[in-house]
Each structure stands twice: as structure tokens, then as C-alpha cells.
Design a protein. Structure first.
Length: 120
């Protein structure tokens, strides 16, 4: 099973966890291949899904941001994006966001959920 499914069961119990996971999953269907195939048919749906997937990936890549905003601004935005990603998943980033006490707690939960060493 996936990590979110396991977490929801752990947090809410078997019945409520499965219920909440299924609600979350139903909201995600606009992004999967089956949704596009149901809506547009096998061939067109697959084509549109691949185009949408490529477009989403490109928006967060350095090349995609440079195409959207130009060399200087695109590079600047990419650098900010990568710094924010690094910070979001670090002990220091969580302490800055949530404060000393809650940040440490969030960090420990983050590490425990991913079986990561707490040294970062």
C-alpha cells in the first residue's frame, strides 16, 4: 500500500482512514490516465494525458521556467524553487516555519514516517 493510505489508517483508524483515503483518491482522478481514457477514449485520452503530464513536468523544470519567463527571471525562479524544496524537508526549515518546539516535533514525525535519520 502507499504511504498516505498507511498514514490515514494509523491516524484515523481502519474504517475512517480508508474512508478518508478513498475521498482523497477520488479527488485525484483528474490527473490519472484512466480519467483521460474515460473522457476522451483510448487513443485521444492517452495522447492528452501524456501532453498534460509533460506540460506539468516542464513548468517545474529550469528549461520550462526559462521558456516562460526568459533566461534571467526563469533561472532566478528555478533557484528559488530548488532552495524552497531543500528547506521544506530540512530540520531548520521546519523550525523556521513552525517554531522551535513544534518544528522539532514535525521534524521527528517527518523522519519517522520516512524512516530517515534525524541528523539533517
Amino acid at each position: 500500500m502507499n504511504l498516505l493510505y498507511t498514514r490515514m489508517i494509523k491516524k484515523y483508524g481502519e474504517d475512517e482512514g480508508i474512508k478518508r483515503y478513498n475521498i482523497w483518491l477520488s479527488k485525484q482522478q483528474g490527473h490519472d490516465l484512466n480519467y483521460f481514457i474515460k473522457k476522451y477514449g483510448e487513443e485521444t485520452g492517452t495522447k492528452r494525458y501524456n501532453e498534460a503530464k509533460t506540460k506539468r513536468k516542464k513548468k517545474l523544470s529550469k528549461i520550462g521556467l526559462i521558456e516562460l519567463y526568459g533566461e534571467e527571471e526563469g533561472t532566478k525562479r528555478y533557484n528559488i524553487l530548488t532552495e524552497n524544496r531543500k528547506k521544506a524537508n530540512s530540520r531548520q526549515g521546519m523550525i523556521e516555519k513552525y517554531g522551535e518546539i513544534h518544528g522539532e516535533e514535525k521534524w521527528k514525525n517527518f523522519c519517522k514516517a520516512r524512516c530517515v535519520s534525524e541528523k539533517r
